[in-house]
Design a protein around this ligand. Structure first.
Ligand SMILES: Cc1ncc(COP(=O)(O)O)c(C=O)c1O
Length: 419
C-alpha cells in the first residue's frame, strides 16, 4: 500500500503566532489533542511569571496575595471577554467541562427538563436530572434542528406553563469532529422559550465561540483542551439560576455571612458562590493567557491551516481500503480537527499500542466517553463499508496548533502498513 505524500516544499510550517507554539517532546507525535492538547507557550510563560508571586487568593492583604487576587480576577475578565460573556453573566472557574456541566445541572431550578441528543459526550449526558429527554442521534444538522423543534413543541404542549427547559448540546463532536448547528438550535430553543447550554470543550480549541453572538445561555470549556494545563475550566452564563442555586461546594469563600447557629449562613452571589475553597490560580491564569494569545491571533488563518491538515488526513484515510472513517452527518459536514476510524480486522487498542511503540504516534482508542454515539457509528460504518471484520472500538486522531503535515503523513504511512 502506498500513500501519496505532499512534496517537501509544501511541508514547511509557518511560524505559529506569538505564544501559540506548543510544548512537546522531540520524536513524539501527539495526535491526541481532543483528549488533552499540549501546553501553549503563552500558558507556560504566564505560569512561570506568576510563580514567584505564589500566595493566597482572596485571602491575604500582603503584596503577593494582592497580586495573586488581581491576577485571578483579571483572568476571569479575560476569559469572559474571550467567550463574549454578557455584562450580567457569571464566569465561574471550574476544574474542567465535566465540572462545569455538573455545576449547571445542580443549579437548575426545580422541575427543569433538560433536552440533549444521544450523540453527546458523557459529560453532557450524565449530569442531567431524571426526566431529561434524550433525542436520538440525528442523521444531519437539519434533522437535529427539526427533532429539537418537535421535542420542544411537545414539551411545551404537555408541561405546565413556565416550567424551565434547558437544551444542552455540543459545539463539535469529540468522536467525529463534526460541528453541530448551534446557531440554528439556539433559534429553536428561543422560539420555545428554552435556555441553551453549549458544551464547547471541542469547539473552543478550533474556532471562536462567542456567547453574545450565538445568543446561547451557558458555555462550558476545559482549559486542558485549550492549550492550558490541567485543572481549570469554566462555566459562563446567566447569573439568575446560578445565584438562586445552593452553592456547588459549601465552604470558605462562598459565604457572605456565617453565624453561630448551625444553619445561619448567607451564601455569596456571583461566581464566588460556586467557587468555595482556595481556587486554582495558576490554571485560571494559564487559561486566560491562551485566550489572550488566541484573541491576538489570526483565527481564520489558524482555521484554514488546520482544515488543510484535516483534509490531508481524511483524504489519506479515504485512500486506504482497510480503514473506515466514522461520521454522523456525512463526509462533507463541517468539522474540527478530529477523525475517528477503524482498521478492518484489527483490534483498535492493539493498533494504538503499535502506533505508539513502532512509530512514536499517540492516538486515542476506545469509545471516547461517548458510548451511545460511538457504538452507533461503528454499526453504521460496518453497514456502509459492507465489512464484517470491523472491531468493536475505534481509533481517534486529533490535531491542533502544533500539528504538521509530517505528523499526518507519518500516521497515514503507519496505517498503510496495516492493510
Ligand atoms: C465534547 C466534550 N465534552 C466534555 C468533555 C469533558 O471534558 P473534561 O474531561 O475536560 O471534563 C470532553 C472530553 O473529552 C469532550 O470531548
Amino acid at each position: 500500500m502506498t500513500v501519496t505524500l505532499v512534496p517537501p516544499s509544501h511541508r514547511t510550517r509557518t511560524a505559529p503566532p506569538a505564544g501559540l507554539d506548543v510544548l512537546g517532546v522531540p520524536g513524539e507525535i501527539n495526535l491526541d489533542y481532543a483528549a488533552t492538547a499540549p501546553c501553549a507557550r503563552a500558558a507556560a510563560d504566564a505560569v512561570a511569571e506568576l510563580l514567584p508571586w505564589y500566595a493566597s487568593v482572596h485571602r491575604g492583604a500582603g503584596a503577593l496575595s494582592r497580586r495573586c487576587t488581581l491576577a485571578y480576577e483579571r483572568a476571569r475578565q479575560t476569559v469572559g471577554d474571550f467567550f463574549g460573556a454578557r455584562a450580567d453573566d457569571h464566569v465561574v472557574f471550574t476544574r474542567n467541562t465535566t465540572d462545569a456541566l455538573n455545576l449547571l445541572a445542580r443549579a437548575l431550578p426545580a422541575g427543569t427538563t433538560v433536552v440533549t441528543f444521544a450523540g453527546e459526550h458523557h459529560a453532557n449526558l450524565l449530569p442531567w436530572p431524571r426526566g431529561s429527554v434524550r433525542l436520538p442521534v440525528p442523521g444531519s444538522p437539519g434533522e437535529a434542528v427539526r427533532a429539537l423543534d418537535a421535542a420542544l413543541g411537545e414539551l411545551r404542549r404537555d408541561a405546565s406553563p413556565g416550567v424551565p427547559v434547558l437544551v444542552a448540546v455540543t459545539g463539535a463532536s469529540n468522536v467525529t469532529g463534526e460541528r453541530w448547528p448551534v446557531a440554528e438550535l439556539t433559534r429553536v430553543a428561543r422560539r420555545h422559550h428554552a435556555r441553551i447550554a453549549v458544551d464547547a470543550a471541542q469547539l473552543a480549541p478550533h474556532a471562536p465561540v462567542d456567547l453574545l453572538a450565538l445568543d446561547v445561555d451557558y458555555l462550558a470549556v476545559s482549559g486542558h483542551k485549550l492549550y492550558a494545563p490541567f485543572g481549570a475550566g469554566v462555566l459562563i452564563g446567566r447569573g439568575d439560576w446560578l445565584d438562586a442555586a445552593p452553592p456547588y461546594l459549601a465552604g470558605g469563600g462562598a459565604t457572605s455571612h456565617v453565624g453561630a447557629a448551625t444553619h445561619d449562613v448567607r451564601w455569596a452571589t456571583g461566581p464566588a458562590r460556586h467557587e468555595a475553597g482556595t481556587p486554582n490560580l495558576l490554571g485560571a491564569v494559564a487559561l486566560a493567557a491562551v485566550c489572550a494569545a488566541l484573541d491576538g491571533a489570526d483565527r481564520a488563518a489558524l482555521h484554514d491551516r488546520e482544515q488543510e491538515l484535516l483534509a490531508r488526513l481524511r483524504d489519506g484515510i479515504a485512500a486506504l481500503p482497510h480503514v473506515v472513517e466514522l461520521h454522523t452527518f456525512g463526509p462533507d459536514a463541517p468539522r474540527v480537527g478530529i477523525v475517528s476510524f477503524v482498521v478492518a480486522g484489527r483490534d483498535s487498542s492493539t493498533v494504538a499500542a503499535e502506533l505508539a511503540r513502532e512509530h512514536g504516534i499517540g492516538v486515542r482508542d476506545g469509545l471516547f466517553c461517548a458510548h451511545p454515539l460511538a457504538r452507533r457509528l461503528l454499526t453504521e460504518a460496518a453497514n456502509r463499508s459492507g465489512r464484517r471484520d470491523l472491531p468493536p472500538t475505534a481509533l481517534r486522531a486529533s490535531i491542533g496548533l502544533g500539528s504538521t503535515a509530517e505528523h499526518v503523513d507519518t500516521l497515514l504511512a503507519a496505517l498503510a502498513t496495516l492493510g
